[in-house]
Design a protein around this ligand. Structure first.
Ligand SMILES: [Zn+2]
Length: 309
């Protein structure tokens, strides 16, 4: 076995490719699955949530709602995929499901190029587009503030600077001025992670993030000695820090190893798998990595992801 780190998250066993093929032999199996995930109690109108809808006799997997049609006798018509990320896609659901399965079961992510090669999505661009839509579906709508021991740290994404010729290298590598993107993250020990892009690493940005994602009176925030975190204590969160500059990394329970493990997972994914990620799309990749991490103990991560699509 490879070198293990006790702070590395463990992921439960996920559906294998043969499990997938058994569960989804054809397009209708995928439709039935989506139907049950979306509407466990039967189809509902996506506009008015009314469940007295009528199955279309002319078009399978379509329904009509009489309540919110534009006029009486002119019902609102909707499909299984109306209002989902699969809406208006020419690709069959089974292709979407295969892409999603590969994404949620690859710990470090999987590139659109790899997906295109494995599944024959028609073109690389199609695979890329599908991945992006699926990442958008991985946003956690039920976010609750973190509590307990929460490690907070920032990192810089876009590690191309070191590969540049010295004369092109931007000074202050790693800082916000280097052209890299700054991401701040918080992780509850044995719990969830939340991270986002920040424009600045000043007090307002970093303590603002801590206040947004952690619960007051219920959180011990652990950071490094970076001064921008100094104000955390005045917002009703306990605050302790380790002095990395003095060579101190662990003092009893006080360390930032958990968030650093997440950063290394994210960076190995973003740099190793996707090579280059622009600032515009990084939030979607963050969605993906957060989703996979926060559902690492969820045996049915695929079903959970479909629920958000
Ligand atoms: Zn309706």
């Amino acid at each position: 076995m490879a070198k293990t780190d006790k702070h590395q998250p463990r992921f439960v066993r996920q559906m294998t490719l043969s499990d997938f093929d058994a569960l989804f032999p054809d397009e209708n199996a995928c439709r039935t699955y989506l139907l049950l995930r979306r509407w466990p109690g039967g189809p509902k109108c996506p506009r008015c949530q009314n469940d007295h809808v009528y199955e279309s006799t002319a078009r399978p997997w379509h329904w009509q709602c009489m309540k919110c049609g534009p006029k009486p006798r002119s019902p609102y018509r909707f499909a299984l995929t109306t209002g989902t990320i699969f809406e208006e896609s020419k690709k069959p659901l089974i292709m979407w499901f295969k892409v999603l399965h590969l994404m949620v079961t690859s710990k470090k992510g999987i590139s659109a190029l790899q997906i295109h090669r494995m599944l024959g999505t028609g073109s690389y661009q199609t695979a890329w587009y599908m991945c992006m839509r699926l990442r958008a579906g991985m946003q956690d709508p039920e976010f609750r503030q973190l509590m307990g021991i929460v490690e907070v740290d920032e990192t810089f994404i876009g590690g191309l600077n070191k590969n540049r010729h010295s004369k092109d290298r931007i000074k202050g590598t790693g800082g916000p001025a280097s052209g890299k993107i700054t991401v701040v993250g918080a992780i509850a020990r044995k719990g969830n992670v939340v991270c986002k892009i920040v424009e600045r690493t000043d007090t307002d940005s970093l303590t603002g993030f801590v206040r947004e994602v952690t619960k007051a009176h219920a959180t011990l925030v652990i950071t490094d000695e970076f001064r921008a975190y100094d104000a955390i204590g005045i917002y009703n969160r306990e605050h302790q820090f380790v002095r990395h500059s003095a060579g101190e990394y662990v003092r009893g329970n006080v360390h930032t190893n958990t968030i650093e493990s997440f950063w290394s997972l994210l960076k190995r994914g973003v740099i190793g798998t996707y090579h280059h990620v622009s600032k515009k799309y990084l939030p979607l990749y963050l969605n993906e990595f957060q989703f996979r991490f926060n559902n690492r103990n969820e045996a049915d991560i695929f079903g959970k992801a479909i629920g958000g699509c």
